[in-house]
Write a protein that binds this ligand. Sequence first.
Ligand code: SAH
Length: 348
Amino acid sequence: MINLYGMEMNKLQKLMVEEGQKPYRAIQLYTWIYEKKAQNFDEMSDISLKFREVLKEKYCLELPKIFLKQESKDGTVKLLVELNDGKKVECVLMRYSYGNAVCVSSQVGCNMGCSFCSSGLLGKQRNLLPEEMMGQVLLINKLLKEEGKGERVTHIVVMGTGEPFDNYDNVMDFIRILNHPKGLAIGARHITVSTCGIIEGIHKYAREGLQTNLAISLHAPNNELRNKLMKINKAYPLEVLLPAVKEYETISGRRVTYEYLLIDHVNDTEECAKELIKLIKGTMGYVNLIPYNETDKNDYHRSSGNRVHAFLDYLTKGGVTATIRKEFGSDIDAACGQLRAKVEDNGK
Ligand code: SAH
């Protein structure tokens, strides 16, 4: 069965032509799925009965199941979603003043093996399909609809479990469905993909002609420290990563965000701030500082509020634009693979 939630418009048009239909069938289907929110083919009254039978036979509209739902006092919702094969991934709804953002997972587990991150503890089990990423967003949209306040998902960050550029094609299909005017119609500028620095991905992403955003998980201002925190740095060290980012900015005309975790006395020193300024100053990039979310799987600790603010001050005085990331759901396991890690641990 082909799950229509995973079909990007061009592919769906091709498929419809292969079915002996006109390409506009694809637009009709998108309208039924995303505008009229049809749950099954019987509702699609302007499609002939005969073709509806074909659709029912070969195609489906299937969402993942909600395995677990946690809601924080600040309204943040975290879902542990169960896929067709029983595997589970997390997604998070964050309510900003400017809209509703969903943090989407792109893989079951992750192979990048960053030493501070819980998502990679179990390795990568598989890539997510476009429909499984769409499923996360559509489930959150359903929850928002049930709240009855007329709200919907307005922003997407592909920053959940997984490395999006290790699942490049599926992530791009997902983005195209989100962004399509007859799809979820989420503006490109409201969509952000975050990578640990896979160069081939950055290279391709620059050439997609999309106005979406790119975030780079930097986390260290020199190779020695970055090698310790992120093993991807051994394959793509800073002298390769930074020129690739520069090229991305030139081609796409978009500024990147550098994400920089603050881990107590590991990467939050004055020396690190100075090195970071040297790296970033004069580029178009800006820095998003993320106070580390502690887990019991390692010995890293969150920098104190004072150290976080001191780091921000150094950067600002050094001429680098930086902000501290707003935190959500600190009373639930909202951070970075923690809920899944917990459930899978208990299941062992
Ligand atoms: N693989 C991609 C996207 C997923 S990780 C990437 O590396 O960008 C999303 C972000 O969460 C990354 O910046 C990652 O470094 C960060 N992160 C991982 N574990 C964290 C933790 N315990 N606390 C805070 N941020 C964390």
